[in-house]
Design a protein around this ligand. Structure first.
Ligand SMILES: Cc1cc2nc3c(=O)[nH]c(=O)nc-3n(C[C@H](O)[C@H](O)[C@H](O)COP(=O)(O)OP(=O)(O)OC[C@H]3O[C@@H](n4cnc5c(N)ncnc54)[C@H](O)[C@@H]3O)c2cc1C
Length: 425
């Protein structure tokens, strides 16, 4: 059983781990020189309903990546506007830890390897081709997971955003994102809201060294700094651009909200540098990610795979998808949960077993079905789904799915007959 995962973000890492635990030989392919994709600059975990989803996946036997993000948290159980019991991982230290874990499980990792084409036969992907540095690669497999995300490439950031802002994905160095699903001939879906195609990423990083020591000390101590903006400096309308609708609330427009993820995570898609430097404490501010954070941010949610609730891509028998590729799902937690299911189901498919759909009595199962249904409507294509806020968190509360009690969440998984489903032998 050979399983090939393309895309080494949180979804790809989740898929690779789930598949190896089911006894498959697994190759994880990533076009850049680091795993974690957009997770290299994120950091917020366990806020609002993400706590529930993380505990569900732990009870389902897929908790290794959450154990690592918990271990690597700089701050735990903190609050910031609209968000409770969040933890913040250290973005500088996360990737090496994940890489070690994945290697320790016997998964082959191919970084600097960009897949650019697929070879089809009998309605399936037989093999994929691309380049590792300057060398051609040709990799065959029994089943594949598309975890290539939806961020970039620069043509999309140029066309639908404010240009390439030099983000962590480093498309100019490693080549842009290429979708396995699209290469297999499947028509992808596009997120859009009004005139905006895709959505702009919702946060930047400032170098802590460039900020006033008092702000840094508050960040180091509490994880959060909320600095009110003078009325004249409030940039109206920026929030509607954001893909992270859980942060599209007035507090994020009227204040500078900083979170400590090792750098100072600035909770806004972009903020003109000249204007930022007029605010006391930010006179020397400098962006760490994206480098042109004064101008804009990456564009995401352009190419998503049509798929069923088992995360099987429609029209290709042996292709599954996770993370942003699986729909308008925002977040590391969301990517880990869907990636895990995609990897698990790809192995079931190889074994000729029916891929599994998680029940809607679990927040994860409900989110997977909900986002797919929403994406069949024009209005739904403008939504983003996350456990951490906005429409889906409200839905979790209304359906009594939100809980911060691990014991209760475990009981729920037990009731569904799914304890340790992903744990393997
Ligand atoms: C600036 C920013 C801040 C964020 N902050 C947070 C946060 O604090 N908390 C949170 O929960 N979420 C956050 N998010 C959202 C979150 O990072 C994503 O929703 C989630 O991590 C997506 O994971 P993914 O694996 O689906 O995709 P990605 O992270 O996009 O990973 C896809 C990977 O596939 C690789 N790839 C693409 N094409 C190919 C190819 N052809 N061959 C090989 N490799 C390929 C890419 O290089 C990339 O590494 C943030 C996002 C951004 C951009």
């Amino acid at each position: 059983m050979k399983m090939v995962v393309v895309g080494g973000g949180w979804a790809g890492c989740g898929a690779a781990l789930a598949a190896v635990k089911q006894g498959a030989e697994v190759v994880l392919i990533e076009r850049t020189d680091m795993l974690l994709g957009t997770g290299l600059v994120g950091g917020i975990m366990r806020n609002n309903g993400r706590f529930t989803a993380a505990e569900e996946l732990i009870a389902l036997g897929g908790g290794e990546l959450f154990a690592l993000t918990d271990q690597n948290a700089l701050h735990r159980n903190i609050e910031f506007p609209g968000h409770r019991h969040a933890s913040l991982y250290n973005v500088a230290r996360m990737e090496p830890g994940v890489r070690k874990l994945i290697q320790s499980k016997g998964i082959e990792i191919l970084t600097r390897t960009r897949i650019t084409d697929v070879e089809m036969g009998d309605g399936r992907i037989k093999s994929i081709t691309g380049k590792r540095d300057e060398d051609s690669v040709h990799i065959s497999g029994d089943a594949f997971v598309d975890a290539t995300g939806t961020a970039g490439p620069p043509a999309n950031c140029n066309k639908y955003g404010n240009g390439c802002v030099m983000c962590i994905l480093r498309c100019h160095s490693f080549g842009g994102r290429v979708s396995l699903t699209a290469k297999a001939g499947v028509k992808e879906m596009i997120g859009r809201k009004g005139d905006q195609i895709g959505a702009m990423s919702g946060s930047c990083k400032l170098l802590k060294e460039s900020l006033d020591p008092q702000i840094v000390s508050l960040l180091d101590k509490t994880g959060v700094a909320v600095v009110p903006l003078p009325a004249a400096k409030i940039l109206k309308g920026k929030l509607s651009l954001k893909c992270c609708q859980q942060y599209a609330i007035p507090e994020f427009e009227e204040n500078i909200v900083l979170l400590d993820t090792g750098h100072a995570k600035l909770m806004t898609p972009f903020f003109p540098l000249d204007l930022l430097r007029e605010i006391p404490g930010f006179e020397n501010a400098r962006y760490e990610d994206p480098y042109a954070g004064g101008q804009g941010n990456s564009i995401r949610y352009i190419g998503m795979a049509p798929r069923d609730d088992a995360l099987a891509v429609e029209g290709v028998e042996n292709l599954f998808c996770g993370g942003e590729k699986a729909g308008l799902l925002v977040g590391h937690t969301e990517a880990i949960c869907t990636g895990t299911l995609a990897g698990y189901n790809a192995v079931r498919w190889i074994r000729k077993e029916k891929p599994l759909v998680l029940p809607d009595t679990l927040a994860i199962g409900d989110a997977i079905a909900y986002v797919r249904q929403q994406m069949t409507t024009e209005e739904g294509l403008g939504l983003k789904v996350t456990f951490s806020g906005s429409v889906f968190f409200e839905r979790m509360k209304a359906r009594n799915l939100y809980s911060t009690d691990p014991k209760l969440i475990r009981e729920r998984v037990h009731k569904a007959g799914l304890i340790d489903l992903f744990a393997g032998k």
